[in-house]
Each structure stands twice: as C-alpha cells, then as structure tokens.
Design a protein around this ligand. Structure first.
Ligand code: NAD
Ligand code: ZN
Ligand code: ZN
Length: 341
C-alpha cells in the first residue's frame, strides 16, 4: 500500500510502498477515507524532542482518521466489512485505571495510533481492537476524519468549562485554527456564554465571526487583555481556552481568567507563564486537556450527524503532504486539510 513515511532525522515525508498490514487476532484493518493534518504533527516534524520512540522508523503519522472497515482479524467482531467508521486514536493498554474508566487517551501517548503506532497517512491503518472504532454510517469519512481530534479535543475542553459557562458569562477562545474553530462552534452550540475569539490571521478572525463569536480580537493590535476584561465585565471570563499554548497565549489566558473561572490549556506550544495570587489575584482553576475519550467521540459523531458542527475540509492527495504541512506552518489552511490516499 501507499504510505507517507517519516524517516528518523527527517522533517519531510517521502511517499513509499509498504506491505498492506494483515489484522491479527482481535485486530481490524481500516481503509483510510481521509486523514486530517493536525498541527501536532508539525511539532513532531520540527521538534526532535517530540519524535515517536526510536526503533519503529519509518513512522507513519496521521491520528485524525476515518474510513471503512477493510478486514477483520480472527475473533474481531461488532463491525462489518465496508462499514464507515471513525478511528478513535487514543489507544491505551486497556487495563490501567484510566483505560478501565474509558479515558484510554490518558494512558500512554506512545501507544496512540499515528503517534507511537502507524497512523492514517496511508491507504490503510491497522487498529488493535474494534473498541477503537465508532460507526459513522451516513457521514462521509473524509469530511468526518478531522472531527476525531480537531473537534473531539475542544469538545472535551468545552465540556470541562461548561459548569462555569452559565447565562451571562463570557468564554474566550485563543487561536481559531483547526481546533479553535470547533471550540467557537461548540461554545455556541453547548453553552449560553458570549464568545470572544483571539486570532492572529485576518481570514480566521473573519471565520470566527461567521461561526458566531461576539467579539473578535487581533492580539497584534492594542491591549488584548484589557479589551477582554472590558467585554467580560467585573466577573471576568468564566473560561479561557488556549488552543496555542505559547508563552504569550498562556500569559493572556492566566492573565484574563475571571473569578472562580477555568483556564484550559490545549495547545502544545511549549509555553508557560506564572500564576499566583500576587500576579493574578483571583481564585481560579487551571487545567490542561488531553484529546478526548471514545465516548466523547461518539457524542461528537451525534453533533456532526445533527449538522450542528462542521469544518471547511480542503481535500488533498496524500502525495501533496509536504506542501500541506508547509501551508499549515505558515497559517494558510483555513479549516482542516484532509489527506486522501
Ligand atoms: P492550527 O495551526 O490549525 O491553528 C493554530 C491557530 O492559532 C492558527 O490559526 C494561528 O494563526 C493561531 N495563533 C498562533 N499564535 C497565536 C497567538 N499568539 N494568538 C492568537 N492566535 C494565534 O493548529 P491546530 O491543529 O488547531 O492545533 C492547535 C494546537 O493544539 C497545536 O499546538 C496542537 O499541537 C495542539 N493540539 C493539542 C491537543 C490536545 O489534546 N491537547 C490535540 C490536538 C492538537
Ligand atoms: Zn492532533
Ligand atoms: Zn491504560
């Protein structure tokens, strides 16, 4: 099968032919309909500290996958060949406390499909168990693929913030890229909060307004923190969701979160900022948020089926993968690019 391969020490993919994997006992092979190009793969390409474990090169990345069941291994059940499915990529050991509680993505990123195990930048992906599949009958796998992360991750983040976001409150989304655009939509669909979007790119600020953001700010102009505080009023924002995670955005997040509010750090920009009574002066909670669970993915499928969340999918042939990541790096992908093998 055709696959985009990443060799150790390389930051560009090369297209190659490798043997199509055969599913072993309990496993299932999925024919990939589309694989979303996530910014996390850019971190992997350009930051040697974030490479998957050595020894399994060349790696096949791609953790936002959907397609059709292609072959079931001995004993694998619950699905039929040809059935459209989303792949839940946060594979865990299946036996530890977080896995048993249904939050396998919290177990060990080294096992995740498309990070530690071969992913979806290929014609097919081997999935270790049918419990990682979510049926998407009636949905187009290429359109749905990005939702397995770009919507699932903000879904979990917004769910964490929901108890704070009662009527009359303000939520802030920082970074309206692949994930943040779903952050804005999910806040609109799931909460009565007013939404402030902070985004560097003109085109994506326009998109944020179209998706329903009540105030859209360019962090390169004026005092963004002061404008957020003015808009949110005396209580301050009840939730601030940072989809960038750089020093500047974490400082803005922690510097604006309101009284009894929640700051959710989602972006993996390697940033940090101080948070204390002295610098921030509020009682507030700060948390990270890690992908989403299989159950939350099933809930995202229901939202997509109801037509309440969607993305602008830019379909690209897998052979264009390097160009797609160059454009993602320079902020030129408006919704999500999906690689079609
Ligand atoms: P993206 O490139 O599509 O979007 C990032 C957006 O942030 C862009 O629109 C960019 O213009 C904007 N931006 C950059 N710096 C900014 C700043 N200082 N202020 C305001 N806006 C700014 O990326 P994505 O695929 O949406 O991923 C976003 C981040 O989330 C990445 O760091 C990615 O690795 C991470 N991520 C985390 C998880 C998780 O589970 N925590 C899951 C998936 C992705
Ligand atoms: Zn991702
Ligand atoms: Zn586990």
């Amino acid at each position: 099968m055709r696959a985009a391969l990443l060799q150790a020490g390389e930051s560009r993919f090369e297209l190659g032919e490798i043997p199509t994997p055969e599913p072993g006992p309990g496993q299932v092979r999925v024919r990939i309909g589309g694989a979303g190009a996530c910014h996390s793969d850019l971190h992997i390409l350009h930051d040697p500290g974030r490479r998957p474990a050595a020894g399994a090169e060349p790696w096949i990345l791609g953790h936002e996958n959907a397609g059709w069941v292609d072959a079931l291994g001995p004993g694998a059940s619950g699905f039929e060949v040809g059935q459209p499915v989303a792949v839940f990529g946060g594979w865990g050991c299946g036996h530890c406390p977080v896995c048993l509680a249904g939050e396998e993505q919290l177990c060990d990123p080294g096992r995740w499909g498309g990070i530690g195990a071969p992913g979806g930048y290929a014609e097919a992906q081997l999935v270790p168990a049918t419990r990682h599949l979510v049926p998407i009958d009636g949905l187009d796998p290429a359109e749905f693929a990005p939702l397995t992360d770009a919507a699932l991750t903000p879904y979990r983040a917004v769910r964490k913030a929901m108890p704070h976001l009662v009527a009359g409150t303000t939520a802030v989304v920082i970074g309206v890229g692949g994930l943040g655009q779903f952050g804005v939509q999910l806040l609109e669909v799931l909460t009565p909060a007013r939404v402030v979007a902070v985004e560097l790119s003109d085109a994506k600020r326009k998109l944020a307004a179209e998706l329903g953001a009540d105030l859209v700010l360019d962090p390169a102009e004026g005092d963004t923190g002061a404008e957020i505080r003015r808009f949110a009023g005396r209580e301050g924002p009840a939730a601030v969701l940072d989809f960038v995670g750089a020093d500047a955005t974490i400082a803005l997040t922690l510097g604006t979160v309101g009284r009894k509010g929640l700051a959710v750090i989602v972006g993996l920009g390697r940033g940090s900022a101080p948070f204390s009574f002295v610098t921030n002066g509020v009682e507030a909670a700060v948390t990270t948020s890690n992908w989403g669970s299989r159950t939350e993915l099933a809930e995202v499928v229901e939202l997509a089926r109801a037509g309440t969340i969607s993305t602008r999918v830019e379909r690209r042939d897998l052979t264009e993968i390097n160009e797609v990541f160059d454009r993602l790096a320079s902020g030129e992908i408006e919704g999500r690019a999906v690689l079609i093998p």
